[in-house]
Design a protein around this ligand. Structure first.
Ligand code: CO
Length: 294
């Protein structure tokens, strides 16, 4: 009698456990087929030239990871609103991830196309973290921006040297314009300049909104007795900052400030996302999360 009762109890318990786990797997995707996707996240741009760069990145990511669907999101609300007025709809990272969840993706590699892990990157990290906590996917991993590890820094240095105009002479300077930020990651710009100058003392990195500013760069150019300067953006897209703050005709543009200080200036309006050497760094970063999905 006692064993019968024990047997019945065990059977009931097992049925209960199976029904609960069965329910869980049917409802929460435990049995769902593995579906891997990539979400590329850029700050965004309304420039037509930027779309060419983004299309190029899209093509390179698809070639490197064939068969994996690639989605896009822009972090900038202003850019998304501007594009919406032109009839072009782009998702925020949160909306894009919700759609991917809806389309039954189980593993998502989110790739930041930012330059450093600043505010935009950390906002994105929080969004990805929220989806992780919700259990929306089996795995959702965020890849590093352009410059994160020491290896990235070295590759960025190499990419910069390859993108400098070939006719530039050693005594002529190159000044890169980074965005700059109040975020602690702003230190990456000075760190990059240090590593560039180990190879070439006439390469400089300044920022529009952080440290080092253009006045300090101007002083350093004088110290090195520079006469001619090439100005290049260190931003994925040669957008508003490059066109106006760097190369614009206004008194406070870098071109105006440096010209007034006696330097001959030549501007190059090409974003980093237009050069394969930079794109390859972002593309390789997508591989990190994808390796964890195997
Ligand atoms: Co800005």
């Amino acid at each position: 009698m006692k064993t019968v009762k024990w047997f019945l109890m065990m059977t009931a318990l097992m049925l209960f456990v199976f029904s609960v786990t069965g329910y869980a797997s049917a409802d929460h995707g435990g049995n769902a087929q593995k579906k891997v996707g990539i979400l590329l996240v850029a700050f965004g741009s309304s420039e037509a030239s930027a779309q060419i760069s983004f299309d190029n990145i899209d093509k390179k990511v698809k070639a490197a990871y064939p068969g994996i669907p690639v989605y896009w999101a822009y972090t900038s609300h202003i850019i998304r609103e501007k594009l919406a007025k032109q009839g072009k709809h782009l998702d925020s990272p949160a909306v894009a991830l919700a759609k991917m969840k809806d389309e039954k993706f189980t593993h998502v590699a989110v790739q930041s196309l930012h330059t450093i892990a600043g505010e935009e990157y950390h906002d994105l990290r929080r969004t990805v973290g929220a989806f992780k906590q919700m259990g929306a996917f089996q795995r959702v991993i965020l890849g590093y921006p352009l410059m994160a590890t020491q290896e990235d820094m070295q590759r960025t240095v190499d990419a910069i040297f390859k993108s400098i105009p070939k006719n530039r002479k050693a005594k002529e300077a190159v000044v890169l314009m980074g965005h700059g930020t109040h975020h602690p990651s702003n230190a990456f710009y000075a760190a990059l300049m240090f590593q560039l100058q180990l190879k070439d003392p006439n390469i400089f990195v300044g920022t529009v909104e952080g440290y080092p500013g253009i006045d300090l760069i101007s002083d350093l150019l004088k110290q090195n007795k520079i006469k001619k300067v090439y100005l290049m953006p260190l931003m994925s897209v040669a957008g508003d900052h490059a066109k106006n703050d760097m190369a614009g005709a206004e008194d406070d543009s870098w071109k105006s400030v440096l010209t007034k200080a006696g330097f001959k200036c030549e501007t190059i309006l090409k974003g980093t996302a237009e050069y394969d050497d930079f794109i390859d760094i972002w593309v390789d970063h997508v591989g990190g999360p994808l390796n964890h999905f195997k």
